[in-house]
Structure formats: C-alpha cells, structure tokens
Design a protein around this ligand. Structure first.
Ligand code: OGA
Ligand code: MN
Length: 229
C-alpha cells in the first residue's frame, strides 16, 4: 500500500507552511511601517483563520454586538453622527478568537524584534457596519494622550466588489489629502501608526464586517493609569 500521510503529518506540513508565510508577511509589514508608517496587504490572513473568523463574526448575534462609542473615560459616549457601527470585543473565549489572538501575538513579537516598538498588549473587536453605516474621519490615538501605537484592521467580507463601496480611506498626517483607498475584501490587512494616519469608513451597500485592533505600549497617560479600554 502506498504511503498515506496521516492527518498529523498534513497538519504539521500546513503549520510550517503557515509559519513561513507569516514570517514573510510580518517582515513586509515591519518594512512598510518603518518606511512609510502604514501597510496594506491583500490576502494576508491565513485561509483557515479567515474562514473561522468570518463564520464566527456572522454567528455572533445582534445582541452580542453593541453600538460603538467615541472617546475614552468620561468623554466616552455614543455619537452616531460620527460612527454607526456595532462592535463585539474579542476576549479569546472561542477557538476562532484564540487563534486570532495567537496570530496577532506572533505579529506583535515580530514587530517588536524588528522595530523595537515595545508593543506590550493588544486589544481588538469585531465591527459590524450595516448598509449605509459610516465612521467619519478620525485618528485612533492623540499624540501623548494614549498608549495606542499601531492600529490594525482586517476584513471578513467574501465576494466584495467595488460597487459595494465601504472603503477605508486613509489620509496624510494633516488629514487633507487622501493617500489610500482600501476595499474591505476578505483577508486584506491594514496596519498603521495610530497617531499619524487619519482615516474614514465610507458607507457600503451591504453588511460589512471587520476586525479593528490596537497594539499598545505600557505607559501611563494623562491623569490615569493605563486605561484598559
Ligand atoms: C476603527 C476603524 C476601520 C474599518 O474601528 O477605528 O477605523 O475599516 N475601522 O473598519
Ligand atoms: Mn479607526
């Protein structure tokens, strides 16, 4: 009988191919962050991870998504003239979520090794934009007021066409000129310096699922100590 690789062999092979692919991707991300402060890569997420995250996001019921707010601490409030998406924080309780956190941890370590960023922790949430929902131009962190260093966004939408709109528009540091326009296609990964890249989410013609996350450094800011969220 010819040799049949068993399940375990296949898994090991798959895992080492993934490791190599990730290593290549993460060095590409580091290089781009270093040279221009942001990075956009299509088909970045490993196929299996993408699949489990998108089915997980779609299975989360509306009750697990909460209307997103704007700002932190006492200033935190719902501003539906600014953003209209609903979010569900990722805490690692399901397999899909823990695989995601494992993947972003390797990304974090690899960026720290290459760029000495001192990234210390990571927080992320699923976001659901219904058709027509938007998030007006904003930055994810104000200089010196936050410990968010790097923002990350990835998309979970199969068969997205440009007619579906829902682009992420990225602007120069002053927020005056558009520098990139990214369609939220499944597997696309965007990483950028949180303090330096104003960005905006355009309304889409269909449901739009993304994950937004932030790598943080461990310093206390303002009057408070390291607010967790
Ligand atoms: C955010 C954000 C972008 C996107 O949640 O802060 O900018 O494309 N998301 O979903
Ligand atoms: Mn943002």
């Amino acid at each position: 009988m010819p040799f049949q690789p068993n399940e375990i062999d296949r898994d090991v092979e798959g895992a080492s191919a993934d490791t190599e692919r990730n290593a290549k991707l993460f060095s590409e991300v580091a290089e781009a962050i270093y040279s221009k402060g942001y990075c956009i890569v299509e088909d970045a997420l490993p196929a299996k991870l993408l699949k489990s995250l998108s089915s997980h996001a779609q299975q989360l019921s509306e009750s697990q998504f909460n209307l997103a707010g704007v700002g932190r601490g006492v200033e935190h409030g719902k501003h539906n003239d600014i953003r209209q998406d609903s979010i569900a924080w990722i805490n690692g309780e399901t397999k899909a979520e823990s695989q995601w956190l494992a993947w972003t941890e390797v990304l974090q370590d690899s960026l720290n090794q290459r760029l000495f960023l001192g990234l210390f922790s990571f927080e992320s949430h699923f976001a659901h934009y219904k058709a027509g929902d938007f998030y007006k131009k904003h930055i994810d962190a104000f200089r010196g007021q936050s410990n968010r260093k790097l923002s990350l966004v990835t998309y979970l939408n199969e068969d997205w066409s440009q007619d579906n709109r829902g682009e992420l528009i990225m602007f120069d540091e002053k927020g005056e000129n558009e520098i990139e326009r990214v369609f939220p296609k499944a597997g696309t990964l965007v990483v950028f310096l949180s303090e330096e890249v104003p960005h905006e989410v355009m309304p889409a013609t269909r449901d739009r699922f993304s994950i937004a996350g932030w790598f943080r450094v461990n310093n206390s800011v303002g009057d408070g100590v390291d607010p967790p969220r």
